[in-house]
Design a protein around this ligand. Structure first.
Ligand code: DON
Length: 305
């Protein structure tokens, strides 16, 4: 029987003893204020056993991890029609790249790069009467309380500086793959990215992907197992942008990162795990977070491979 408390404590000490290079995201000015030395982890098995270490209870900006939740909602709304609007291939380019859109007629490579998530937000804007409220309600249902909220400072900060996303939304609109006004789509997209969540809350919400579509608080089926299979496959192949291969190679779990320094991942049928450490490597993924997850799957031999 593994002593997971000890394993997580050992990982915490190991990652904290290495002077990991990297920088806190600064292109969203509000994120530059975060203490770069934070580190938290929460491991939650599908039977409810939970193990935590470090700053596991402190909330941080989930940023691109939101892309998994908005994709889940879009699939709930329109099912397979989502795939007429976004592709399912790794991009091999940075998360905020525009280059492929020009040759691929405004169809983003996948829903986990910015262009793909912006199209997903456009779908939700067309389908939902109150997209922001419905998104927050989706998160509250997943988490089983109404504690998760958006961070207004982060939202405004990104909205005031998000020039590249503005260019991207307008460019996609020129190919007619955005149906609403680009400014409305971006207002919703920035909102989805600006939620603050802790490692415990994230790992709990990621039980959806560990439990084949069941919502952890009450066991309701939110998505079909086959839809979760696809989302998990996309997390494995596209969840870390142009570092997805490296993450699969080193960690071996489907997961999703955000520039707030969070990473959430799952071993389907077994556990979800969320880590947070704000310093990012050059690809925009949490440097210590990746290191911690690599240590975890290597030591426990718990990966999908
Ligand atoms: O749109 C952006 O640039 C941010 N709101 C989210 C980017 C992000 O988290 C990419 N992560 N690695």
């Amino acid at each position: 029987m593994e002593d997971y408390n000890r394993i997580l404590d050992d990982i915490l000490h190991t990652v904290n003893s290495v002077d990991t290079p990297g920088n806190v995201a600064s292109y969203i000015p509000e994120l530059a204020k975060i203490d770069p030395f934070k580190f938290g982890v929460s491991l939650q098995f599908v039977n409810g056993e939970t193990y935590n270490a470090g700053d596991y209870d402190e909330r941080f900006s989930i940023q691109s991890i939101s892309k998994v939740f908005t994709l889940s909602m879009a699939i709930q709304c329109i099912g397979d029609k989502v795939w007429d609007r976004v592709d399912v291939e790794p991009s091999g380019d940075p998360f905020n790249s525009l280059v492929q859109l020009e040759h691929e007629e405004g169809i983003p490579r996948n829903p986990f790069i910015n262009s793909g998530a912006i199209v997903i937000c456009d779908i939700l804007l067309s389908e939902l009467e109150n997209p922001k409220d419905d998104y927050l309600q989706f998160m509250h249902d997943l988490q089983g309380s109404d504690k998760i909220q958006y961070n207004e400072e982060v939202f405004k900060s990104e909205k005031s500086m998000g020039y590249r996303n503005v260019a991207m939304a307008n460019f996609i609109k020129s190919f007619k793959n955005i149906h609403n006004k680009p400014e409305d789509v971006l207002d919703f997209y920035f909102y989805t990215c600006s939620l603050d969540m802790s490692c415990v809350e994230l790992a709990w919400c990621f039980q959806l992907f560990a439990q084949h579509g069941k919502c952890a608080p009450d066991g309701t089926l939110f998505l079909e197992p086959n839809q979760i299979k696809r989302i998990n496959a996309l997390m494995l192949t596209c969840g870390f942008y142009d570092e997805s291969g490296e993450f699969a190679f080193r960690v071996g779990l489907p997961g999703k990162s955000g520039v707030g320094g969070g990473i959430a991942a799952v071993l389907p049928g077994e556990f979800s795990i969320a880590v947070w450490s704000p310093k990012l490597n050059e690809k925009g993924n949490s440097a210590k977070g990746m290191h911690a997850l690599e240590l975890f799957t290597t030591h426990t031999e718990k990966s999908i491979f």
